[in-house]
Write a protein that binds this ligand. Structure first.
Ligand code: CA
Length: 214
């Protein structure tokens, strides 16, 4: 029973039981110049049945600098063709973020005491993160390719938005509640073999040579 319980908890930390569009291996990094005051990246999320309650959002963060923690927001937008309007924003944080090409999924589960879940009644919403690259420099959301579900990015809350056709982002949602959010802070996901060192640019799509092994 104890083993089952541990596996059950571990299964939630990366939202692998939820809506997952990526293949779990890194192909790109999406970051912003340090002069950017507000960076936003989102992906479209379309549940297979409704209503769907988002209880967790897991983000694959990586870093290129020395700081390994940041505060950010989970943001959810409606779909009017681009991400609009802003429907919800939840404060979140991530710590012990590994250096790219490694990355780590974190979760809004730390908010569960007050987080009641976001209900998708129908259609598609855009889910992602908003942070200040000026305050928290050299962090990136890991991307995946090929892009069956390309994400959007913006340097302003109301846009304009740019479609990132090259990548789906490592952003996942789950309707399960993670009962042990502390797991999110030390569980570094297995990563592919290292690729060349990278430097973030605006917008940096760092097309590595791909993973030699999963
Ligand atoms: Ca991949």
């Amino acid at each position: 029973m104890a083993v089952l319980a541990v596996c059950w908890l571990l299964g939630f930390q990366d939202c692998s039981d939820g809506i997952v569009y990526d293949d779990g291996t890194r192909d790109f990094d999406i970051g912003f110049l340090a002069s950017t005051q507000e960076g936003i990246v989102v992906i479209p999320v379309t549940p297979s049945s409704y209503p769907y309650v988002i209880n967790q959002v897991c983000v694959g963060w990586g870093r290129a600098g020395s700081a390994d923690a940041l505060d950010y927001e989970i943001v959810i937008y409606g779909d009017d063709g681009t991400p609009f309007p802003l429907l919800a924003a939840y404060p979140a944080s991530a710590a012990s973020i590994p250096t790219i090409p490694a990355f780590d999924f974190t979760s809004t589960s730390t908010l569960n005491a007050n987080f009641q879940g976001f209900v998708i009644e129908q259609g598609t919403v855009f889910v992602g993160v908003r942070w200040s690259p000026n305050l928290y420099q050299d962090f990136a959301v890991i991307g995946d390719a090929p892009a069956m579900f390309p994400g959007w990015y913006s340097a302003a809350n109301l846009g304009p938005w740019t479609l990132n056709t090259n990548s789906v982002l490592m952003i996942r949602v789950s309707d399960s509640v993670n009962l042990n959010p502390l797991l999110n802070y030390w569980a570094v996901q297995p990563m592919c073999t290292p690729q060349a060192a990278t430097v973030l640019d605006f917008i940096a799509l760092l097309n590595g040579s791909g993973c030699a092994s999963p």
